[in-house]
Design a protein around this ligand. Structure first.
Ligand SMILES: Cc1cc2nc3c(=O)[nH]c(=O)nc-3n(C[C@H](O)[C@H](O)[C@H](O)COP(=O)(O)OP(=O)(O)OC[C@H]3O[C@@H](n4cnc5c(N)ncnc54)[C@H](O)[C@@H]3O)c2cc1C
Length: 607
């Protein structure tokens, strides 16, 4: 029987299994022996396992999450539609009582708990397994893959932790997902310093996996980072330690349990990520990419520089999506017909005085004009005399952001957001080509900050925690120094303020690169030249995701998908009807695997 081993069995692997089932009737309908190797539960994997705090939530709305292909997906295999998380009918599904209660109360625009998504993923995984060709078997190994050996010409030996002999596979698929990194020299030094002085230090990590009992109650702790890891951290250290939120006269208040630390939080921007929007488009449906089209850039010879060739086009596309919604959804706020604006807009560079002039002529309200630089660094250049004054200011900034992002009058922001998602997909095509240079991480940070922020009610909670004194905002261009046996921290926003703290938490996910990976499997493949490090990512074939070795040769029997590869698609679940790149990749990989198995079966029968 043909054997396929998956290293990692999170959501991506379930998606691949579904595509194997969907494509098998056309390409290779023989039974498969599938081995799923993962120390975490299959289907949900590490990130979406049920065993985590029920307080942790998705930052996606239920209607924006699907595991099923739909007619928008441009792939060679058959489309097999199914329900999004919001449409999921659980009447016949066995569920944990708390999860069932949450699902009963959930609406399409709710931001569900990770446990709800875990249940949806488990259910999808079971469907995907059932769809495999008749006679197939699936074996689960709750452990890690530590090594894989074998050239393209021979079956692969897949070595598992805690198992003496290897699994023997025709094909191996690496779907390792979000990975850990070794401590950087800076973090190792901070850890040593903390140990020496009896302080608390938490390096970058997946917040759900961190032992937060090391963070003492009542202690001043500096937190570096204001993204989603920070939101998770605050949830676990406040409500997770017994505090409660109560609403009195429209205002949310936090009642501390007394077990919270005092969190002094800052970052380079000094503000939290923008709130997710809570409405739908009012105007015309979005168009596909118009200005930033990966295939057009790839058709030109030479290097493609992110800042020079790519960002101005992304900015223009995002602005186009934004203004399209403003003009077609809110015509009373503009002074020109959309057709005229769009025609003139198309002719101009985003960073030109003519473009600025066009926006000023057509859009009278300053709040309705798009300014990426201000959006990106909204409090740069502001300096406050007192930390208390800065707290007031930042609370009003966050409250205004929540109000704007919850108000359908500003649905143009959603138009921009959708265009940004499209740009992300185009950029992944460019990145996979290997010709993109100069992307230093700014883009990913900006994307997350603009488009991947918390639900609005999390920011409301943050405001309540700030008023209760559990959270203190440090400001922008934050600095931290290990000095005087404590951590000192301050920022450019309140130049006169220095915080002395006995703890430092890096509130961000590990930034994985191949050279700094803590994953033994990748370390072993890198050491033997069986993977190629391309700007920190595992190089794979852009079409079928076959693993490339150090000299660029594709391994016939090894495939790799996910955020640590050059074919990284959007690091989020697919939204329905968006021709999601991960679906297209899964389909291409599944077809390549089945094609390979069919060809090997013929070879074997001839031999
Ligand atoms: C903290 C966090 C929150 C997120 N929240 C959202 C959200 O709200 N909305 C959204 O759309 N997207 C979100 N995402 C992104 C989304 O979860 C991911 O895109 C999705 O989990 C990717 O699935 P995956 O299977 O590729 O990776 P993972 O979910 O990381 O699964 C990979 C699996 O591989 C296993 N593995 C790794 N190495 C080995 C090995 N050597 N041997 C065996 N098994 C191995 C791991 O244990 C893991 O279970 C989030 C991501 C993170 C990290």
């Amino acid at each position: 029987m043909s054997v396929v081993v998956f290293a990692g069995a999170g959501p991506r692997t379930s998606g691949l299994l579904e595509r194997l089932g969907a494509n098998a009737p056309e390409l290779f309908d023989g039974p498969l022996e599938v081995h799923l190797v993962d120390p975490f539960p299959v289907g949900a994997g590490r990130v979406w396992r049920h065993e985590q705090s029920p307080l942790l939530r998705m930052n996606s709305m239920a209607e924006d999450v699907t595991m099923f292909t739909d007619s928008s997906v441009a792939c060679d295999g058959p489309v097999r539609p199914g329900p999004s998380l919001a449409e999921w009918d659980v009447s016949t599904v066995e569920l944990d009582a708390e999860v069932r209660a949450e699902l009963a109360a959930m609406g399409p625009t709710s931001f569900p708990s990770r446990r709800v998504q875990s249940a949806y993923l488990k259910w999808f995984h079971e469907l995907a397994v059932e769809s495999l060709p008749a006679g197939s078997s699936v074996h689960v190994h709750p452990t890690r893959v530590v090594r894989v050996t074998g050239s393209s010409g021979v079956r692969q030996r897949v070595w598992l932790a805690g198992r003496a002999g290897p699994l023997v596979a025709d094909v191996v698929v690496f779907a390792l997902g979000h990975l850990d990194t070794a401590l950087s020299p800076e973090h190792a030094a901070l850890r040593d310093y903390a140990e020496e002085y009896g302080l608390t230090f938490v390096p970058p990590a997946y917040t759900a996996d961190v032992d937060l009992s090391v963070v003492p109650a009542g202690e001043d702790v500096v937190v570096r980072g204001m993204g989603l890891a920070f939101i998770d951290l605050v949830v676990l250290l406040a409500e997770g330690r017994g505090g409660t939120f109560v609403r009195v006269d429209e205002t949310l208040h936090y009642l501390p349990s007394g077990r919270e630390p005092r969190l002094h939080v800052g970052s380079r921007r000094g503000v939290p990520y923008h709130s997710k929007t809570g409405y739908r488009l009012r105007g015309a449906a979005p168009e596909g990419p118009r200005f930033f089209v990966a295939s057009e850039l790839l058709a030109r010879p030479g290097e493609i520089d992110f800042r020079l060739h790519v960002w101005p086009l992304i900015a223009k596309d995002v602005a186009y999506g934004y203004y399209r919604e403003l003009f077609t959804g809110h015509p009373s706020r503009v002074r020109m017909a959309w057709e005229e604006f769009a025609g003139r807009f198309a002719e101009l560079d985003w960073y030109s005085s003519e473009m600025r002039g066009l926006a000023e002529e057509a859009v009278p309200g300053v709040v309705d004009r798009l300014d990426f630089e201000h959006l990106d660094r909204p409090i740069d250049g502001l300096a406050f005399d007192s930390a208390d004054g800065f707290q007031e200011f930042l609370r009003s900034y966050v409250a205004a952001d929540v109000a704007r992002r919850s108000d359908p009058a500003f649905s143009a922001d959603l138009g921009g957001f959708l265009a940004l998602l499209t740009a992300y997909g185009q950029l992944s095509v460019l990145a996979a080509s290997g010709r993109l240079t100069g992307e230093d991480g700014w883009w990913h940070g900006f994307f997350s900050y603009f488009a991947s922020g918390p639900p609005p009610d999390r920011l409301e909670e943050l405001l309540a925690l700030s008023r209760a004194g559990v959270v203190r905002f440090l400001g922008a261009d934050m600095w931290v120094e290990a000095m005087d046996g404590v951590f000192l921290a301050g920022s450019a926003s309140v130049p006169g303020e220095v915080v002395r703290a006995r703890g430092l938490i890096e509130a961000r996910l590990p930034a994985h690169t191949l050279s700094a990976t803590a994953e033994p499997l990748l370390c072993s493949l890198l050491a033997s030249g069986e993977v190629q490090d391309r700007a920190g990512l595992v190089a794979v074939d852009p079409v079928d995701s076959r693993v490339l070795d150090a000299s660029g040769v594709a391994h016939a029997r090894r495939f790799a998908v996910g955020p640590y590869t050059t074919n990284k698609a959007q690091a989020a679940f697919a939204r329905p009807n968006t021709n999601n790149p991960a679906f297209r990749q899964n389909d291409a990989v599944a077809r390549a695997v089945l094609g390979f198995l069919a060809a090997s079966a013929v070879d074997e029968s001839v031999a």
